[in-house]
Design a protein around this ligand. Structure first.
Ligand code: ADP
Ligand code: ZN
Ligand code: ZN
Length: 723
């Protein structure tokens, strides 16, 4: 009798194990292929991990129900990448593998596109009743846009019923369009013309796209890094090859996207969280089919099943949004570098403020450092000045000299930007009689006051309540907002400059679809205005008429417990400063602070990021912190702090391994968040392999331990936040 064939299957479950199934005789399987399997009373989508396995003894296995397609959804290189990431980040393989599938394929849908209907008008004008305005408008759209799809019409606000009604009246009909598949693969635009400094930088990038190399393009703000990427892709990428361009947040930079489209036309595709399921499936299939696309995407794009990937670019590589903050806590940037290595292709990391990790790798010679320290065109680097605000009168946080500078900027017909690091009206509501401050009932934090809708909101959980006019404790009317948020600064500026448009940019003002585009349009018109916003304004924007940047308060990161805080503060301040003077007119930056003698802020004003990075790296080395040692955090959260600490206490002895240092367990800085009590155990080691083995051991142990109900744990490798 022949042995029955078995296979090991990964499921999209947070379980650190795979599942064995029998392979029916007629099925041929390859790793990475999608199958349907029975699981309890359900049928689930699975991914084949291994075939021809040794069936475990004494267990009756169920057979795989069917294969979903004959080819592997995850080709070999993508499969290897995710397997590596699962081990590196100690996250269950099943969930890692499924991250590379679009939602429709995770749910077991067919890997093909639903055919969209394409509509054409049958007549040049429609005999419709005079009051049928919507139908007439719909007909007009179809007449003037032959071949428009049902989904585009629905997107434009028409219902499928309205479309059907016109079809029944035989005013419009469906037809199969000309082949729409990548019809114009690439615009005929030649490579961009580079300046002398850009040419020198471009020359130092690798010409070979068939071997691994990592380059760090350190280009100051406004130096034209995008031009370098475009030039590189235009001159190095072959017409049949794929490229990946990772960006921190795609919705914020429609300008960058437009620039890529101008040079590469339909070859440019995008990937980000705002796409709907069918858009994702469509783009995913193009990538998996090896179409020669250049994908511009956020971090999860690094995991997609590319077939002919020959160049990877990571723009703004220092940006903390590359690290996923929950579940599979991978870094899109680090995965991209590993992928380039696996794929034997170049990776280019670009930034005006490189992460200390990448700067360190450049110092070690692991990354090829390319410097571009001149602004493009006629633009000059902005001039930075510290403005000590101790004992100066302030108007909602703005000093007189800052207000005067804004006024002069507007008078010259230019635009000013005010950077405030908090959204909402004020971070604190306080009673000046009894000292009461409004706190979140579920977190160890204060509630932020949002005046627009008179709400108190927690920025750490979803709690909100109506704001009260008097102190809830002593009923005093002396109950007032303290501190500055974007709404308050916006209000003060509106009072001071009643004739100037004030544009606020933060998470609240950009929530609605299309609102950021409207905002950018107004700013790009070049008319005098004042932009007020959070770090959203710091990211990648190119506003040629902004000549003054004011930082309301620079002191946030100076005294934080998080060892990354100074690095992040400097990066944000330099990035936001970099929005000033990008056009022909010179830019000025005013940084308000209570610590104008602080060495870090003074170094910042020299604008010499390499010197600051070396200084911060020296401090990291002295403290034996990353990137000089590897770090991982084991977090616990439970209904009580005691349960969290107890769990971590039991693990601490297991970590008593030479070469590994353990800190804690300690409560997190925000010890209670959404009524969960959080504690953490931090591991540091100069031996990453050993640290990884320890984490694997701890995970295995925890998986087999019965925990008190509601107690959870998670591992974070290379954490971005240590508070
Ligand atoms: P970075 O990303 O390095 O901050 P950008 O790529 O946004 O800078 O470029 C800054 C500005 O300079 C853009 O408006 C861009 O069009 C312009 N620019 C870039 N390269 C050149 C060049 N070679 N000649 C003229 N203008 C350029
Ligand atoms: Zn009170
Ligand atoms: Zn809260």
């Amino acid at each position: 009798m022949t042995q029955p064939q078995t296979a090991r299957i990964a499921l999209n479950r947070p379980l650190r194990r795979l599942f064995d199934y029998l392979v029916p005789g007629h099925l041929e399987l390859t790793p990475g292929q999608r199958v349907k399997v029975p699981f309890g009373r359900q049928t689930l989508t699975g991914l084949v991990v291994k075939t021809n396995t040794q069936p475990p003894e004494g267990i009756t296995l169920k057979p795989i129900s069917e294969t979903l397609e004959s080819w592997p959804a995850l080709p070999d290189n993508t499969f290897q990448l995710l397997t590596w990431a699962s081990t590196y980040y100690q996250h269950p393989l099943g969930e890692c593998l499924f991250t590379a599938l679009p939602p429709a394929l995770r749910r077991g849908r067919a890997a093909e596109l639903k055919k969209d209907e394409h509509w054409y008008a049958n007549a040049t004008d429609a005999a419709l009743p005079a009051n049928a305005h919507r139908q007439a408008a719909l007909f007009n759209i179809v007449r003037t846009t032959p071949g428009i799809t049902s989904s585009a019409l629905v997107h434009a606000g028409y219902s499928r019923a309205q479309i059907r009604a016109l079809e029944q009246k035989e005013l419009i009909a469906q037809r199969i369009p000309e082949n729409s598949k990548l019809a114009a693969p690439e615009a005929a635009f030649p490579a961009p013309e580079l300046s002398e400094a850009q040419t020198q930088a471009a020359k130092q990038l690798p010409s070979d796209t068939k071997t691994f190399s990592a380059s760090l393009l350190f280009g100051i703000t406004g130096s034209g890094k995008t031009e370098i990427y475009l030039h590189y892709l235009k001159t190095r990428l072959q017409p049949d090859e794929q490229a990946l361009v990772l960006v921190p947040e795609i919705n914020l930079t429609p300008q960058t996207l437009a620039r890529f489209r101008r040079y590469f036309g339909n070859r440019i595709q995008v990937w980000h969280s705002a796409l709907n399921d069918s858009e994702r499936l469509s783009t995913w299939l193009k990538i998996r089919n090896g179409e020669p696309i250049i994908l511009i995407g956020t971090r999860s794009a690094a995991l997609l099943p590319f077939i002919h990937l020959r160049t990877i670019i990571v723009d703004e590589e220092h940006d903390s949004s590359y690290k996923q903050g929950e579940g599979f806590r991978y870094s899109g940037r680090d995965v991209a570098v590993y992928r380039a290595h696996l794929n034997q292709c170049p990776v280019i990391l670009g930034s005006a403020t490189p992460s200390l990790e990448s700067w360190h790798n450049a110092n070690l010679g692991k990354y090829n450092l390319v410097r571009l320290e001149e602004r493009a065109g006629n633009a000059k680097p902005p001039e930075l000045t510290l403005l000590d605000i101790r004992s100066r009168p302030l108007e909602a946080g703005l000093s007189r000299p800052a207000l005067t500078a804004i006024k002069e900027t507007l008078k010259r017909g230019q635009q000013a930007l005010v950077f405030v690091n908090r959204r909402g009206f004020a971070p604190i509501m306080m009673c000046f009689d009894c000292g009461h401050m409004e706190e979140c009932p579920r977190c160890d934090t204060r509630l932020t006051y949002h005046r627009r809708d008179r709400a108190m909101r927690c920025h750490h959980c979803d709690f909100q309540m109506a704001a009260s006019a008097t102190c809830p404790k002593c009923q005093s009317e002396n109950f007032k907002p303290v501190g500055q948020g974007t709404e308050r600064t916006e209000e003060t500026l509106a009072e001071q400059f009643p004739d100037t448009p004030i544009v606020r940019v933060d998470r609240d003002s950009t929530q609605r679809k299309g609102s950021i585009q409207a905002i950018l349009k107004q700013v790009n018109s070049g008319e005098p205005c004042i932009l007020v916003g959070t770090q959203m304004l710091a990211k990648g924007h190119d506003f040629p008429n902004v000549t003054l940047v004011t930082v309301l308060n620079a002191d946030g990161g100076l005294f934080s417990v998080d060892f990354r805080a100074p690095e992040q503060m400097i990066q944000t301040l330099l990035q936001v400063s970099g929005r000033a003077g990008r056009g022909d007119k010179p830019g000025k930056v005013l940084i308000q602070t209570c610590h104008s003698d602080h060495p870090l802020l003074n170094a910042l004003c020299q604008g010499n990021y390499p010197a600051i990075a070396d200084q911060l790296l020296a401090e990291r080395e002295a403290g034996q912190l990353p990137p000089f040692r590897a770090m991982a955090i084991l977090r616990a959260e439970a209904d009580t702090m005691q349960n969290s600490l107890q769990l971590l206490d039991t693990l601490k002895p297991m970590a008593n391994v030479p070469g590994i240092e353990t800190w804690g367990p300690l409560p997190a800085v925000i010890a209670r968040k959404a009524d969960r009590h959080r504690a953490q155990l931090i591991f540091v080691s100069d031996n990453r392999k050993q640290l990884n083995r320890l984490l694997a051991c701890l995970c295995q142990h925890l998986d087999q331990t019965r925990l008190p109900s509601n107690t959870k744990w998670m591992v974070d490798v290379d954490p971005q936040e240590t508070g």
